[in-house]
Design a binder for this molecule. Structure first.
Ligand SMILES: Cc1ncc(COP(=O)(O)O)c(C=O)c1O
Length: 477
């Protein structure tokens, strides 16, 4: 357990040029609406619940007619060539692509009923308000919240976490109170709490990784005490691909009277998330990672907690009455939505939810598990590749992404070569997880991340391209 209240310093990753072949990478090797009708009739059974003797990857599910093959046609951006090369998009953990239904919902809003919400009495304003509030209801239904008023639209998930930090954190934390989190959080779930800890005198404590490179929930359980006031934790890691047992963790935190904030940015787009079953106090998600537009995210908060929280930002429709010397505030969610919100984007998020719900989150999850295992298997068979996070097995599930390094080749060189020579888009850098990278003894990694519209062919092209990339760079030695 690491305890700190001060921001961590660290070297920023400098973007290398393509030909900076040999770099000190310092890592070790390890052996180890236009919905297609045909899909409605397709039933993909759960790979995760397959019998213990069944192989991890069951080929036919990934073959022609797979979810990826069928849904690809709904995503116009995927059907283009970049530098004369067919695009293979494997940067979905950073942002997802948008289906035509979402693009059309945005266009329709701006062409047919663009107007401000909650304030006009004319037709356009009423229609925009209805659609905006209907999008809120869709988010609530999607994550199984009890009421739409428990959903607050924010600019992104980062703003949603900051809202909790500044509103709930500043008014509830005092010197000596503990905020527990993990070293594997996204910066967006670390930095706001560093700021709040500095302002309130609360102590920020970090849970480490197990030997299997999963945040250590045993250590977390041991460190909970009556001093713990908040647990901030990701559901699925954007770097390790680990999936945490949030229901258990949340009940442990509640046993000591702590509140819980779940960063669900990497789980909500890929699996069924049920806030009522989880019994979480707060949960944040991001539209742009779940096939929706950028510029909007959401905070879920239990009604009784939200209604006791002060505003985060002032102005606009968040008021009840304004006097010269003071103001009174609207009830949630309006209290937390100061100024004109991202109306078209929220409506676009609603369209994204309609689209992925029609496929079915369980279907999406099962397919991605299968494709993710296939990615892991193929990548781990490439020489000199070191994949981070737990190895998948019958009991250990990984999200459909792999962060990795290749011996003596900088990840940004790999990503650049893959892009320029093969049209394969992956991410390189610290993925907004510098403390985690530092813990692993590296300053950067490459990351290939999948979504349901990816196919086995995408993975095969990536692996072939990676082998070619490794050959290119090793030929200089
Ligand atoms: C785990 C996790 N948390 C938080 C964020 C921040 O989300 P947003 O881009 O909506 O601010 C991300 C985005 O990469 C993420 O992966």
């Amino acid at each position: 357990m690491i305890t700190t209240t001060t921001p961590m310093e660290g070297a920023m990753l400098k973007l290398p040029c393509l030909r900076s072949v040999s770099r000190n990478t310092n890592f070790t090797n390890r052996s180890s609406n236009s919905f297609p009708w045909s899909y409605r009739r397709l039933h993909i059974s759960a790979s995760a619940s397959a019998s213990a003797s069944a192989p991890l990857v069951e080929g036919p599910k990934l073959g022609p007619g797979s979810l990826g093959h069928i849904t690809r046609s709904d995503f116009p951006i995927l059907h283009q060539e970049i530098n004369g090369l067919k695009l293979v998009y494997l940067d979905n953990a950073a942002t997802s692509q948008k289906p035509r239904a979402v693009i059309e919902a945005l266009q329709n809003y701006y062409e047919a009923y663009n107007s401000n919400v909650h304030r006009g009495i004319h037709y356009l304003s009423a229609k925009a308000t209805d659609e905006y509030e209907s999008a809120r209801q869709k988010v609530a239904n999607f994550i199984h919240a009890a009421e739409a008023k428990e959903i607050i639209f924010t600019r992104n998930a980062t703003e949603a976490i900051n809202l909790v930090a500044y509103s709930w954190g500043l008014s509830n934390l005092k010197p000596g109170d503990e905020i527990i989190t993990t070293i594997a959080e996204h910066h967006s779930a670390i930095v706001p709490w560093q700021i709040v800890a500095q302002k309130t005198g609360a102590v920020l404590r970090f849970v480490n990784l197990t030997e299997d490179e999963v945040p250590d929930v045993g250590q977390l359980r041991d460190s909970l005490s009556s001093s713990t006031k908040l647990l901030v934790m990701h559901h699925v890691s954007n770097m390790l691909a680990s999936v945490l047992p949030m229901d258990e963790v949340i009940s442990w935190a509640h046993d000591v009277g702590a509140k819980v904030l779940v960063d669900a940015c990497q789980s909500v787009p890929h699996m069924v998330v049920d806030v009522k079953n989880l019994d979480t106090d707060f949960l944040v998600g991001s539209s742009h990672k779940m096939c929706g537009p950028t510029g909007v995210g959401f905070l879920y908060g239990k009604s009784e907690i939200l209604s006791g929280m002060p505003p985060f930002l002032g102005g606009g429709e968040m008021i009840a009455d304004v006097y010269l010397d003071h103001s009174t505030y609207a009830e949630p969610p309006s209290r937390f939505e100061a100024g004109t919100p991202a109306i078209g984007e929220a409506i676009g998020l609603g369209a994204a939810i309609d689209y992925i719900s029609e496929i079915g989150m369980q279907q999406i999850h099962d397919y991605e598990m299968e494709l993710g295992n296939y990615l892991y298997d193929r990548l781990s068979s490439v020489s000199d590749v070191r994949i981070y996070g737990p190895a998948p097995s019958r009991t250990v599930k990984r999200a459909a992404l792999c962060s990795f390094n290749v011996k003596d080749i900088h990840p940004t060189d790999i990503a650049t070569f893959l892009d320029q020579q093969h049209g394969v888009a992956i991410r390189s850098g610290h993925h907004c997880a510098q403390p985690l990278h530092r813990h692993l003894g590296i300053n950067a990694s490459a990351r290939a991340s999948l979504h349901f519209y990816n196919t086995k062919d995408d993975v095969d092209k990536f692996i072939d391209a990676l082998k070619d990339t490794i050959n290119f760079f090793t030929s200089f030695k």
